[in-house]
Design a protein around this ligand. Structure first.
Ligand SMILES: NC(=O)c1ccc[n+]([C@@H]2O[C@H](COP(=O)([O-])OP(=O)(O)OC[C@H]3O[C@@H](n4cnc5c(N)ncnc54)[C@H](OP(=O)(O)O)[C@@H]3O)[C@@H](O)[C@H]2O)c1
Length: 299
């Protein structure tokens, strides 16, 4: 494992092209590679919610198949660093359950095939997170159906971070029949989750003021359409990959089940019309090598 000083050296400094956002709340060595970062306070009824994605230059968020993760598109130490920096500013991470399922299937080497744990890797940024007053790291997986088995995933062991599930009543019953100890938040009676209610519960019952949405495209799209996303960090990776899965790419186990041959953009949910499409303010832009790091805030 790299010592802290060595791990900073492995990350190049971001070149700040412009930055109109707020200054950092504290001085800390963790800001050195990226520069300033902070967020406005939470809304009264829901957390201040920022999303983070990496996409190809043609706007695609996953190769699908055996290399479905965002990291396969990013392949950048600076992008990984930024993800940790954003996690340091969040009381919790939230993501659709299919991201956990697909990233587990496409990383069989990780934790004996039991998938990733979505915690901060950089020790220095864990320290920054504590200095910012945040408590134990938390990740919330969203599933209406509750059809996953929590025991199959390393993150639910609960020793490295808290893992919770946001679900419906039937989803909770299904999950708890497999794992009595799984922590659930219920915000929906049947097949859908009431997102405004869910966000209010996170804010009021769990005290979450800043929430990081790490996708995937389906969950992110539903949140954006519901007006629950305040900001979006978009890394543009210098690679072109195409919308349709090419014939030479072997399918992953997940793709075999769902017969997917279309790759997602960052937003895979019913969208907007010209009349109601939301416009965003471009807050900042950085560069590290050939990667571009943008920050947008919804107007
Ligand atoms: N490029 C990037 O930065 C990035 C970031 C994240 C993910 N990804 C990639 O994107 C892929 C996964 O994305 P995805 O769009 O297929 O899946 P996803 O958004 O991670 O998860 C979709 C599932 O989450 C649940 N869900 C989502 N929105 C919901 C809502 N409003 N109410 C209730 N349940 C909801 C549903 O679960 P149930 O069907 O169980 O009800 C749904 O099937 C993976 O390959 C992942 O690696 C890329």
């Amino acid at each position: 494992m790299l010592a802290v000083a060595d791990s900073i050296k492995a990350v190049r400094n971001f070149q700040v092209l412009f930055d109109d956002a707020e200054p950092s709340l504290i001085d800390h060595a963790g800001y050195a590679p990226y520069g300033k970062l902070s967020f406005p306070p939470a809304h009264g009824e829901r957390p201040w919610t920022f999303a983070n994605f990496v996409q190809s230059i043609d706007g695609i968020a996953s190769f699908k198949g055996a290399h479905a993760a965002g990291s396969d598109i990013s392949q950048s130490a600076e992008d990984r660093w930024l993800m940790d920096l954003l996690r340091a500013h969040a009381d919790a991470i939230i993501m659709g359950v299919n991201t956990l399922v697909e990233e587990t299937l496409s990383s069989p080497h990780l934790n004996d095939g039991r998938g990733p744990v979505y915690r901060i890797e950089e020790e220095l940024l864990r320290v920054l997170r504590t200095k910012l007053g945040r408590k134990r790291e938390k990740v919330i997986f969203v599933t209406a159906s509750g059809s996953v088995d929590p025991n199959a995933y390393r993150v639910f062991d609960g020793d490295l971070m808290d893992a919770l599930v946001l679900t419906t009543n039937p989803g909770a019953a299904r999950l708890q029949s497999r794992s009595a100890s799984v922590k659930v938040i219920i915000a929906g009676e049947d097949k859908t989750i009431n997102l405004p209610l869910a966000m209010r519960m996170l804010r009021e019952e769990l005290g979450i003021e800043h929430l990081l949405c790490e996708g995937g495209p389906t969950f992110y799209g539903s949140m954006s359409r519901a007006g629950m996303i305040d900001e979006k960090f978009v890394t543009v990776s210098p690679v072109e990959i195409g919308l349709l899965v090419p014939p030479e790419q072997g399918p992953s186990p997940a793709a075999q089940v769902k017969q997917l041959n279309v790759r997602p953009t960052t937003f895979m949910y019913p969208g907007f019309t010209k009349e109601n499409a939301p416009w965003w303010r471009w807050m900042s832009c950085r560069r590290a090598g050939n990667h571009q790091f943008n920050r947008y805030r919804r107007k």
